[in-house]
Design a protein around this ligand. Structure first.
Ligand SMILES: Nc1nc2c(c(=O)[nH]1)N[C@H]1C(S)=C(S)[C@@H](COP(=O)(O)OP(=O)(O)OC[C@H]3O[C@@H](n4cnc5c(=O)[nH]c(N)nc54)[C@H](O)[C@@H]3O)O[C@H]1N2
Ligand SMILES: Nc1nc2c(c(=O)[nH]1)N[C@H]1C(S)=C(S)[C@@H](COP(=O)(O)OP(=O)(O)OC[C@H]3O[C@@H](n4cnc5c(=O)[nH]c(N)nc54)[C@H](O)[C@@H]3O)O[C@H]1N2
Ligand code: SF4
Ligand SMILES: [Mo]
Length: 877
C-alpha cells in the first residue's frame, strides 16, 4: 500500500494538517509540503507605526550574548527589536544584525506548529499530527517504565543553548537521572577550565575594557562573534578613541577583529600557547613584572617560574608559531609596560585545540605576571554570575540531585570535564552509545542540531540517531524542522525565545551583578508550546513522587517565584506589586549595592571569618571548618595580613596547579601542572602537502539557529574555502575553482607518551567533499578555512536555499478557522519567491556543511573538542 496515499492531496502543508492526519517531511523537500499558507492579500506590510506599537522588554537569544532587548509589538506581531539600555552590558539601543533579524523566526513559514509522531521508519519523514495529550502520555509512559525498571539514568536530555537549566535540572532530578548533556565541550570548556584552574572562581573574565590600555587578543573574534562580543567591541572602541588603547590580534585568518586591530599576527594553528610563554619569558627576563603581586599571590614563586620559562625563548616560539621573535619581544614589552591596565585574553581560536587548556592558561598567566588581574583596566571578573538559588529562589519542594553517575555525563577519561562546572564531553555521547558504554530508553533533545553543528554530524551522529536499538525513543523540541527533528520519533514544537519566559544572567563588563527577564512578546503559533511548560506538564503526569515537584504551576509561575526576592521599587521610584512585575516592566535588575570587585584578592578577612581558623605554616593558607565540619581554605596570609586571596586550593593565582598533575596521573601520564606547551601530535612533521582545516563564525550567523532567518541567510548563504594566495598558486587554483578537500582523523603521539593519545583512530581518512575556493591574502599559508552555519539539508526554504511556493489559502481549501490557528500570516512575502540564491534560480545554493568532515576529537583532561586541528589535503578538480 502506498502510505503517501494517506496524505490528503492539497492539504500537504503543516498549516492545514488535521489531527490524526499524515505529512511527509523529508530533507530537501520539506518546504514543498510544509509551508505556511498566505491568505489572499497577505502582502508585505508597507509601514509599521512604532509610535502606536506596544513596547515590551525581553532577552535576545539569537546568540549566547543574551542581550536585554526592547520589542515593538503591533497586531500580534513583533515588528522590531532594539537594545534595552538598562542592560548594563548594552547601555544603548544597539543590537547586532542577528538581533535585528530575530523576529523573523516567529513568522518563518516552516515553523513547527503541532506535535508530530513518526509513522514511517525513523528518518523517513512521515509524520502524523497528534494532540499534546497524546504526546505527553507517550513520553510519560516511557519515562515511567525507565523509573519502574530501576534505571532512571536511561532517560537523557541533550541540550544546546538552553537558558532554562534550572527548569531542565528539576525535571531530570525529579526522575532521578543525572544525564543532562550539554554542548560546553564543543564550545568553550577549555577557556572555562583555564579560568577556574588559575583564578578558582570564575569561568569567564570581564575585561575592564573602557579603562584598558593594551589588548592582547589570542583567538577571539569579538567584532563578529565571542560571548558578549558586541559589548566588548563598544568598550574597546571607546578605549581606543578616548586614550589610544592598542589592540593586537592573533588569528590564523583575517577576521573582522583582526582587520580592525592595530596589528594582526598569524600563528601556525595551535601555537598561541608557545607565543604566550615566550612573551612571559621576555617579561620576566626584563623584570617588567608586578613583584609584589607575584610574591604574595602567585603559585609557584618567581624563581621557579623563571627557571621553567628559561627554554621558552622568542626564537623557540618563532620556530613553532612562525611569529617573528622580534615581534614577540616587542609586543611582550609593550604590553607589560602599560601594566596594570592591560588584558591578555582568548577565545576559541586558542582553546579549540588539542593543547587548548594549557594555551589558555598560558595567556591568562600573562595577566598575573604584570599584575593586571582584577585591577582597574585589567583582566577582571565578576563574583556572582550564576543564578544562585539563594538570590533567585526555586519553587519548593525541589528534588534532590540524583546520586547515580554514568559514562555519558561523567566520562572518567576526562577527569576535569566536570570538575568546576558541568561541562560534560558531549561530542563522545553518540560514539559511547554505540560502544555500549551506557544504555538509553528515552532521549530528549532541545535546542541542539547535532547532525549539523557537531563533529561527524552526518556520520556517527546520524548513524546512532537512526539506530532504534541504541536510541529506542527520541523526542525532539525544536522550532523548525531541523535535521535533529528529522531523526526523532516525536516532535515537540517549541515557542521561540521571543515567545516564552525565562530568567537570564551573564557576566557584566561593568562588574556589577544583574539579571534579565525573557518574557513572551507574542503567543507562539499553532499549538507550539514552550519546552519548560512541556517538561512541567510531563512531570505532573509521572507518579506522585515526581508530580510533587511541579505543583507551582506554569513556567511563568516558576519565573515569578525566582523573582520573588527582587525589589518592587524601580530605579525611578516606580512602585510595583512585586519583583516579578518590576522585571516585566524594566526587563533588567542591576544590583549596585556592591562595589566593583577590583583587587578582591586583597580583601582583609574579618574577625568573624577568622574565628576558629588556623594558618598552615608552610603555605600560609588559612583554613576553617565549613558547615559540614570539613577544613576548607578561606584565605591566605599575605605580607603578614589575613586576606581573601583567590578561590583556588592554594588561595593564590595558580600557574602551578598540583591538581592537574594529580588527575593526569590517574590517566596514566605525567603533567608538570604548569601551562607547558605541548605540540599537537598530528601537526608534528606535517608533510608539505597537508594543511590545517579551520572553521569560523560569521557576524550574521549563529551555528544552527540563524540559517532559517531569511535576512541573515540572504547576506551569507555560501561558504567557499579560504586559501592563501601563495598556496593557491602552488596548487594552480584561482577564486571560483573547485577543490576536493579530504580530512583525516587526529594522530596519536609517541607510544611512550600515553598523554598524547588521540581519542579515536590514528590519522586515517575521514571524508572528502568538493567545494569552491576563495583565494585571499587574509589567511595563513598552511591553513584553509570553511565557515560553519551553512549547508543545511533541512530547516526550511531559507536554510535550504530553495524558494517556497506561494499557496493561496482558498485554493488549499483551508477555512478561515484553520488559518487562524497559526496567527497572522507572514508579512515576508518574499520568502516565497525571493530566495534568489536557490540553485534553480541560477544562485549558488546554500554552501557546504563542513562539520560532516570534522572528526570527534576531545582533547585530554577537559575533553573540549579540538575543532581547529584537523589535518587535510587538497586536490584541484
Ligand atoms: N555572530 C556570531 N556570534 C556568536 C556566535 C556565532 O555563531 N555567530 N556563537 C556564539 C558562541 S556559541 C561562541 S562559543 C562564541 C565564539 O566566539 P569566538 O571564539 O570569538 O569565534 P570562533 O569563530 O569560534 O573562533 C575565533 C577565531 O579563531 C580563529 N582561529 C582558528 N585557529 C586558531 C589558532 O590556532 N590561533 C588563533 N589565534 N586563532 C585561531 C578563527 O579564524 C576564528 O576567527 O561566539 C558567540 N557569538
Ligand atoms: N565547524 C564548527 N562547528 C561548530 C563550531 C565551530 O566553531 N565550528 N562551534 C560550536 C559551538 S561554539 C557551539 S556553542 C555549538 C552549538 O551547536 P547547537 O547547540 O547545535 O547550535 P544552535 O545554533 O545554538 O542551535 C541548534 C538548534 O536549536 C534550534 N532552536 C533554535 N531556537 C530554538 C528554540 O527556541 N527552541 C528549540 N527547542 N530549539 C531551537 C535550531 O533550530 C537548531 O536546530 O556549535 C558548535 N559547532
Ligand atoms: S549579540 Fe546580537 S544576536 Fe547575540 S544576543 Fe545580542 S542582539 Fe542577540
Ligand atoms: Mo559556543
Amino acid at each position: 500500500m502506498d502510505r503517501r496515499g494517506f496524505i490528503k492531496s492539497g492539504i500537504g502543508s503543516m498549516a492545514g494538517l488535521g489531527l490524526g492526519e499524515t505529512i511527509l517531511l523529508t530533507p530537501n523537500a520539506a518546504q514543498a509540503l510544509n509551508y505556511r499558507p498566505l491568505a489572499n492579500g497577505d502582502q508585505r506590510k508597507v509601514k509599521n507605526d512604532y509610535r502606536t506599537a506596544k513596547r515590551v522588554t525581553s532577552v535576545c537569544l539569537n546568540c549566547s550574548t543574551v542581550c536585554g532587548i526592547e520589542a515593538f509589538v503591533q497586531d500580534g506581531k513583533v515588528i522590531k527589536i532594539r537594545g534595552n539600555p538598562l542592560d548594563p552590558n548594552m547601555g544603548s539601543h544597539m543590537t547586532c544584525a542577528k538581533g535585528q533579524s530575530a523576529p523573523t523566526i516567529n513568522d518563518y513559514p516552516e515553523r513547527l506548529l503541532y506535535p508530530l509522531k513518526r509513522v514511517g521508519a525513523r528518518g523517513e519523514g512521515l509524520w502524523k499530527r497528534i494532540s499534546w495529550d497524546e504526546a505527553y502520555a507517550e513520553v510519560a509512559e516511557r519515562i515511567k517504565a525507565s523509573i519502574a525498571s530501576g534505571h532512571p539514568e536511561r532517560v537523557a536530555l541533550h541540550q544546546g543553548r538552553s537558558r532554562i537549566d534550572a527548569e531542565i535540572n528539576r525535571f531530570l532530578s525529579a526522575i532521578g537521572t543525572p544525564v543532562q548533556l550539554n554542548h560546553r565541550a564543543l564550545c568553550s570548556s577549555n577557556k572555562r577550565a583555564a579560568n577556574y584552574v588559575s583564578l578558582g572562581e570564575t569561568d569567564w573574565e570581564s575585561i575592564d575594557a573602557e579603562r584598558c590600555k593594551y589588548f592582547l587578543n589570542f583567538g577571539a573574534n569579538f567584532y563578529e562573534a565571542h560571548q558578549g562580543g558586541l559589548h566588548l567591541v563598544s568598550r574597546i572602541v571607546k578605549a581606543r578613541f578616548d586614550h589610544g588603547a592598542k589592540l593586537v590580534t592573533f588569528d590564523v585568518r583575517l577576521s573582522n577583529t583582526a582587520g580592525r586591530s592595530d596589528e594582526w599576527h598569524q600563528p601556525f594553528p595551535g601555537t598561541d600557547g608557545a607565543v604566550a610563554l615566550a612573551m612571559a619569558h621576555v617579561i620576566v627576563r626584563e623584570n617588567e613584572i608586578d613583584h609584589d603581586f607575584i610574591d604574595k599571590f602567585v603559585q609557584p614563586g618567581l624563581e621557579t617560574i623563571r627557571g621553567w620559562l628559561a627554554p621558552c625563548t622568542p626564537a623557540w616560539a618563532a620556530k613553532l608559531s612562525g611569529i617573528a621573535a622580534a615581534d614577540i619581544e616587542r609586543l611582550a614589552l609593550e604590553f607589560a609596560r602599560k601594566r596594570p591596565a592591560v588584558a591578555a585574553f582568548t577565545n576559541r581560536g586558542t582553546g579549540a585545540h588539542y593543547n587548548g587548556f594549557n594555551s589558555e592558561r598560558a595567556v591568562v598567566m600573562l595577566n598575573a605576571l604584570v599584575g593586571s588581574v582584577a585591577r582597574p583596566g585589567g583582566y577582571c571578573y565578576g563574583l556572582e554570575e550564576k543564578l544562585s538559588a539563594s538570590r533567585y529562589p526555586l519553587p519548593q519542594p525541589a528534588p534532590p540531585s540524583p546520586k547515580i553517575r554514568t559514562d555519558l555525563e561523567d566520562p572518567q577519561e576526562w577527569p576535569l570535564a566536570n570538575r568546576w562546572q558541568k561541562m560534560k564531553v558531549g561530542q563522545i555521547v553518540y560514539d559511547y552509545l554505540r560502544q555500549g558504554r551506557a544504555k538509553l530508553d528515552v532521549y530528549l533533545s532541545y535546542t541542539i542540531a547535532s547532525p549539523m553543528t557537531w563533529p561527524e554530524g552526518r556520520s556517527t551522529t546520524v548513524e546512532v540517531l537512526k539506530d532504534e536499538k541504541l536510541i529506542p525513543f527520541h523526542a525532539c523540541s525544536d522550532v523548525v524542522y531541523s535535521e535533529m527533528a528529522h531523526y526523532a520519533d516525536l516532535i515537540l514544537p517549541d515557542a521561540t525565545f521571543l515567545e516564552r519566559w525565562g530568567l537570564d544572567i551573564r557576566n557584566n563588563l561593568e562588574l556589577t551583578h544583574f539579571v534579565t527577564l525573557r518574557q513572551p512578546l507574542v503567543p507562539p503559533p499553532g499549538e507550539a508550546r514552550s519546552f519548560a511548560d512541556v517538561l512541567f506538564d510531563i512531570g505532573r503526569r509521572l507518579g506522585p513522587e515526581q508530580a510533587k515537584y511541579f505543583q507551582f504551576g506554569s513556567h511563568e509561575d516558576f519565573v515569578r517565584i525566582q523573582c520573588s526576592k527582587l525589589p518592587a521599587t524601580g530605579p525611578d521610584g516606580k512602585q510595583f506589586k512585586d519583583g516579578f512585575e518590576y522585571m516585566k516592566h524594566y526587563g533588567v535588575y542591576v544590583d549596585t549595592s556592591q562595589p566593583k570587585p577590583y583587587e578582591v584578592f586583597q580583601k582583609p578577612l574579618s574577625g568573624k571569618q577568622l574565628d576558629g581558623s588556623r594558618v598552615d605554616a608552610a603555605s600560609g593558607v588559612i583554613y576553617r571548618p565549613n558547615d559540614k565540619g570539613k577544613d576548607s581554605a578561606i584565605g591566605l596570609m599575605a605580607g603578614g595580613a589575613p586576606v581573601r586571596g583567590f578561590a583556588t586550593p592554594s588561595r593564590k593565582f595558580e600557574v602551578y596547579a598540583p591538581e592537574v598533575t594529580m588527575v593526569a596521573k590517574t590517566r596514566g601520564f605525567d603533567d608538570d601542572g604548569m601551562p607547558t606547551f605541548v605540540q599537537i601530535p598530528s601537526h608534528r612533521n606535517l608533510p608539505a602537502d597537508r594543511f590545517i582545516l579551520s572553521t569560523f563564525k560569521w557576524n550574521v550567523h549563529t551555528q544552527g539557529r540563524t540559517a532559517s532567518q531569511k535576512y541573515l541567510t540572504e547576506i551569507v548563504h555560501d561558504n567557499p574555502m579560504w586559501i592563501n594566495v601563495a598556496t593557491a598558486k602552488k596548487l594552480g587554483l584561482k577564486s571560483g575553482d573547485m577543490v576536493e578537500l579530504t580530512t583525516y582523523r587526529p594522530l596519536s603521539g609517541p607510544a611512550d607518551q600515553p598523554g598524547l593519545q588521540a581519542y579515536r583512530g590514528n590519522g586515517e581518512k575521514l571524508g572528502s567533499a568538493r567545494m569552491r575556493v576563495f583565494v585571499t591574502r587574509g589567511i595563513h599559508p598552511r591553513v584553509v578555512a570553511v565557515s560553519n552555519s551553512l549547508g543545511w539539508i533541512s530547516g526550511g526554504r531559507a536554510a535550504e536555499g530553495r524558494n517556497g511556493r506561494r499557496v493561496e489559502v482558498a485554493a488549499q481549501g483551508i477555512g478561515p478557522e484553520a488559518a487562524k490557528a497559526f496567527g497572522p500570516a507572514p508579512a515576508i512575502d518574499d520568502l516565497n519567491a525571493g530566495v534568489w540564491w536557490d540553485k534553480k534560480n541560477g544562485g549558488r545554493g546554500n554552501g557546504v556543511n563542513i562539520n560532516a568532515l570534522l572528526p570527534i576529537n576531545p582533547q585530554p583532561l577537559v575533553g573540549m573538542q579540538a575543532w581547529f586541528d584537523t589535518v587535510c589535503s587538497l586536490r584541484k578538480v
